[in-house]
Design a protein around this ligand. Structure first.
Ligand SMILES: NC(=O)C1=CN([C@@H]2O[C@H](COP(=O)(O)OP(=O)(O)OC[C@H]3O[C@@H](n4cnc5c(N)ncnc54)[C@H](OP(=O)(O)O)[C@@H]3O)[C@@H](O)[C@H]2O)C=CC1
Ligand SMILES: O=C1OC[C@@H](O)[C@H](O)[C@H]1O
Length: 473
């Protein structure tokens, strides 16, 4: 009981610090001491749009990072940008997105515009030789994503799709736990990724319900489910010999729930596609067939929704919200499961639960059904081990990196700044940075490479196609 109270207090105080971080400071190990190399001046970040997500995704994380600062914002309406800059302590405001991108005082761009504008404005930033932290999903469809990354390689600028959950040590711990159950005799037999927003959090006028702005559940929350499913399969991929297996992922079935505006105010919103058909999915359930250790592909599920209600109260019509914790669940041949609860925002709270069955229970000398619990708010004792290197193929952090209160976004920023500095200061080519192996020994220990961004978009396109819906334009 006392340990529950202690854990609860620790969690609360760490989450508090995530939102009220200490100001950045240059640690002695980062240079600046006599005789040591001076650290480079902080990167100057410009934000496109006075968006809802920027404060948590970049403005707060930059406050505790000595290598980067938010220096400017631009919005379609300058007065909105001015009040946003005052609220968040951003020193400069530009008249429009283009002038911010062109300015010599900006090194990196944060693009958190609606999905349909990711392609255009990232290309503009690349043209101006600015590095880009690009919100998920990378663009509206696979072709656009390929074009963006090809342009980034040509211009030698860093572009990173902001799949922030990929940078948190909890995910790497999940990979480690999966790997310790996995063997050629006990392969993965299915993966299910669930992410649903409770209640009616995005209002009906939100960008997520707008076809022309790249809306839809599969685009918004669904991209995390596709990405996490592929990540889980990648942990297992060392146990089979199929090159480029990700190109062979197919969609067997996709069942959409169409978004239909319930309120007159949003009835005019473009939720229809160019042919006048339902264009926006409020929820999507899909089965993906993924190559595996066996000759046949395995069926993996995604289950995602932009609003989730338990039921509607008769007469008054109130919808009772339903909280479904985000979950990434892997099942093995012997029935053992490893589930990562709250995989998308693990910094708030998470739990990795291994339920031992069959040969795994026997090998661990525990009763079938025994559960073991793991967590990692900072890189754990498995960091740097050979098993961790084999498990977390997209990288993991060296022990000692980060703090218990670092959010997924703060870990992501750490990797992004290191990557940009490798290209700017050390002359590394972005295309070569993508080819480097990951892990504590690497300059950029964790990364989401462009190939994955392309595959995620290809899967999203195929899900829409299978659901009988138009791809995003
Ligand atoms: N990583 C994460 O955890 C999250 C990522 N996201 C991603 O970030 C992006 C933005 O999401 P969110 O912050 O919720 O969005 P917002 O509703 O806050 O919109 C973002 C900005 O888009 C700009 N915009 C430009 N054109 C339009 C238009 N035609 N209609 C409406 N807005 C327009 C607005 O900028 P202006 O100020 O110039 O008017 C607005 O500030 C999305 O790609 C989303 O997927 C969202 C939430 C969480
Ligand atoms: O990126 C996101 O993460 C959390 C979701 O609630 C949100 O809709 C999405 O854009």
């Amino acid at each position: 009981m006392t340990s529950w109270i202690k854990d609860g207090y620790n969690r609360f105080s760490n989450v508090y610090t995530s939102f009220y971080p200490p100001p950045n400071q240059i640690e002695p190990s980062e240079g600046g001491q006599e005789g040591e190399e001076k650290p480079p001046p902080p990167l100057r970040m410009g934000i496109l749009g006075a968006s809802n997500i920027a404060p948590i995704a970049v403005i707060l994380p930059c406050k505790s990072h000595p290598g980067i600062m938010v220096t400017a914002v631009a919005a379609r309406d300058k007065s909105k940008a001015i009040s946003y800059s005052k609220k968040h302590g951003i020193p400069h405001v530009f008249d429009d997105y283009q002038s911010l991108i062109q300015d010599d005082g900006i090194d990196v761009i944060y693009n958190a515009l609606p999905n349909a504008l990711h392609h255009r404005w990232t290309l503009e930033a690349i043209k101006a030789r600015k590095h880009v932290l690009l919100e998920k999903p990378s663009t509206s469809n696979r072709e656009q994503t390929e074009e963006v990354f090809e342009a980034a390689r040509q211009a030698n600028v860093v572009v990173l799709e902001a799949f922030h959950y990929r940078f948190h040590p909890a995910l790497h711990e999940f990979a480690f736990r999966l790997h310790s159950v996995l063997s050629p005799l006990n392969p993965l037999v299915s993966v299910k990724s669930t992410l649903k927003i409770p209640g009616s959090i995005p209002p009906e006028t939100d960008i997520r319900f707008n076809y022309d702005l790249g809306g839809g559940a599969t685009m918004d929350t669904g991209c995390y489910t596709v990405s996490s499913l592929l990540y889980t399969m990648r942990v297992a991929a060392g146990t089979w010999k199929r090159e480029k297996w990700e190109d062979e992922v197919e969609v067997r079935e996709a069942r959409p729930t169409y978004f239909e505006p319930r309120h007159a105010a949003s009835a005019a919103a473009p939720h229809l596609d160019r042919q006048g058909h339902f264009g926006v999915d409020e929820a999507m359930q899909a089965t993906l067939l993924v190559p595996s250790a066996r000759p046949q592909k395995i069926a993996c599920l995604i289950d995602t929704a932009l609003r989730t209600h338990l039921f509607t109260i008769p007469l008054i019509g109130w919808k009772v919200p339903f909280l479904v914790l985000p979950s990434l669940l892997a099942t093995f041949k012997d029935g053992t499961t490893v589930e990562f609860k709250n995989f998308v925002a693990p910094f708030l709270w998470h739990s990795i639960i291994t339920t031992h069955r069959g040969r795994t229970a026997e090998e661990n000398k525990v009763k079938p059904g025994t559960r073991t619990y793991s967590k990692a708010y900072v890189p754990g004792e498995n960091s740097g081990s050979d098993e961790m290197k084999r498990a977390a193929k997209d990288g993991h952090w060296a022990a000692g990196t980060g703090k218990e209160w670092w959010s997924t976004y703060r870990y992501q920023l750490e990797a992004f700044v290191r990557a940009v500095q490798k290209v700017r200061r050390d002359g590394l080519q972005f295309k070569d940075l993508e080819k480097e192996s990951r892990g504590p020994q690497a300059d950029v220990p964790v990364w989401v490479d462009s190939r994955e961004s392309e595959i995620v978009m290809r899967c999203i396109d195929s899900i829409y196609e299978k659901a009988g819906m138009s791809r995003r334009p």
